[in-house]
Design a protein around this ligand. Structure first.
Ligand SMILES: [Zn+2]
Length: 295
């Protein structure tokens, strides 16, 4: 008689996890847009501390929940998740403090994301580091294996959309500095659903105005949204989209280096439609971008 196999990760656990991720995805904004003329807050120690606490709590919560679903040590995951969230905060601070190369801050934040991602299970704290290269990512394993490239179809689509807009110009120096395509609308106003905006981040792309005294602040603000987007991609979208695709005929066909990224654009669009851009999580993300950008 064959022995029954008892798996530690029961069949229901990953399913619950994926649906929790999808539901949380529903409350995040689709386009992180920046309203013109909002009151610029000079961030003080209390703002930075509030942002640090929020990042640590989110990291701890996500790692703890995942460890609980997977039946692993929750206390250990919460501690490691909080530390990962703290490293993510450091990345945002560096990305906005050092205007010349926000990509350095994004890379530090990606180390924090990896710590949160790996916090729920045993094994090394960091398995790989993700370097942003526009719509592609270079995943560098820490164990000496060859780096591999990953491409987001959704980001390629948003990039193609931006390139096709005659009013937008590519800002090469900011693009290189951020590790993401940056477009400027020099003599044009940016409108979304009829309202005026200073800039927005859509997928891995930044579109912004350059009216003189504010251009650097507008850029910093969108860079913070980009780092938030990196976090959501690594911890929410990518794993849940893969999990869903693996349950369809597309799963085995789709190469591992290609990701659709449609879950992010699709559910976020639905969330904006249902809850508007001013939902609670969207408000938190916006607040953080304003604090970091205001320095
Ligand atoms: Zn914003």
């Amino acid at each position: 008689m064959r022995q029954p196999v008892i798996q530690k990760n029961g069949g229901w656990a990953p399913r619950v996890g994926a649906w929790v991720l999808i539901l949380s995805a529903l409350v995040s904004p689709s386009v992180a847009a920046q309203e013109p003329g909002y009151e610029v807050v000079e961030p003080g120690r209390d703002h930075y501390f509030a942002a640090l606490s929020a990042n640590a709590v989110i990291g701890a919560g996500m790692a703890g929940m995942r460890a609980w679903i997977e039946g692993n040590d929750v206390g250990d995951a919460v501690l490691r998740g909080a530390l990962g969230g703290g490293v993510g905060w450091m990345g945002k601070w560096l990305a906005t403090e050092w205007d010349a190369a926000p990509i350095a801050g994004r890379t530090v934040a990606s180390v924090g994301n990896e710590v949160v991602r790996r916090a729920s299970g045993p094994g090394p704290w960091i398995q790989s580091v993700v370097l942003p290269l526009g719509p592609a990512h270079l995943v560098v394993p820490m164990d000496g294996r060859r780096p591999r490239l990953r491409l987001s179809l959704a980001d390629v689509g948003v990039l193609a959309w931006a390139l096709a807009q005659p009013e937008l110009e590519t800002d090469w120096s900011r693009s290189l500095a951020a590790g993401a395509p940056v477009f400027v609308a020099n003599d044009h106003a940016i409108r979304i659903d009829g309202e005026l905006y200073d800039g927005f981040q859509w997928g891995g792309v930044i579109v912004m105005e350059t009216h003189p005294p504010d251009a650097d602040r507008i850029f910093r603000h969108e860079v913070v949204h980009l780092v938030q987007h990196d976090f959501a991609g690594e911890l929410l979208w990518r794993p849940s989209e893969r999990w869903l695709l693996d349950r369809t005929p597309l799963g085995p066909i789709l190469p591992s280096w290609l990701e659709l990224g449609l879950l992010e654009l699709g559910t976020a669009r639905l969330s904006t439609h249902l809850f508007g851009t001013g939902n609670h999580l969207g408000g938190l993300l916006e607040q953080e971008a304003r604090w970091f950008a205001g320095r």
